[in-house]
Design a protein around this ligand. Sequence first.
Ligand code: PRP
Ligand code: URA
Length: 209
Amino acid sequence: MSKVHVFDHPLILHKMTILRDKRTGHKEFRELVEELAMLMAYEATRSHPVKEIDVETPLAKARGWTIAGQEIAIVPILRAGLAMESAISRLIPTARVGHVGIWRDPQTLEPHSYYAKLPQDIADREAMVLDPMLATGGSAVACINTLKQHGCRTIRVMAIISAPEGIKKVQDAHPDVEIFTAAVDDYLNDHGYIVPGLGDAGDRLFGTK
Ligand code: PRP
Ligand code: URA
């Protein structure tokens, strides 16, 4: 079964509380999603390989390190994943970005894929799937299916808030995929929303409701 990493860094815990607050407006909400994505990526890349290189300072030669190993592809699920993408792209500027569009039917809660544009060499890259919400898990599983159909073998899911149901769905369908999250909440309500959650991530990010 795939591993689930739940972050408990004090900065993450603090920002998560403001993010959940219904009084937080969409500008601050978007900034918090970006900051949380950056902090989560910082933690999730902790074990990424580095290789030693020399660097010339203005005074002398120094030992340095550069990121090595598999190149990264950042894969936001449209649309809420976009806010996480912009932050992580700043942190890992060598990463390529693949966009996957998935729409969740509000009645059936089934995911519908409508768009996929991935880096040409996605099969050689480690993919970081980004979505603030892992609810039923349908969207994440559909995105992972698309990545695997394109030959991608190393896939991680980064979700700010997860429901136990979504974690189980990803683990059952893709036991090789690791999940990184800042919170595992209590349950899904009858409309497929995570409780307590934060409401509708896309609407709160973009002010569409
Ligand atoms: C939301 C969210 C995830 C999905 C999670 O997107 O951003 O992509 O639901 O739900 P799931 O785990 O049950 O599949 P939504 O479909 O509402 O689209 P949006 O990002 O365009 O608002
Ligand atoms: N999508 C959201 O934006 N929020 C939820 O709680 C579940 C799915």
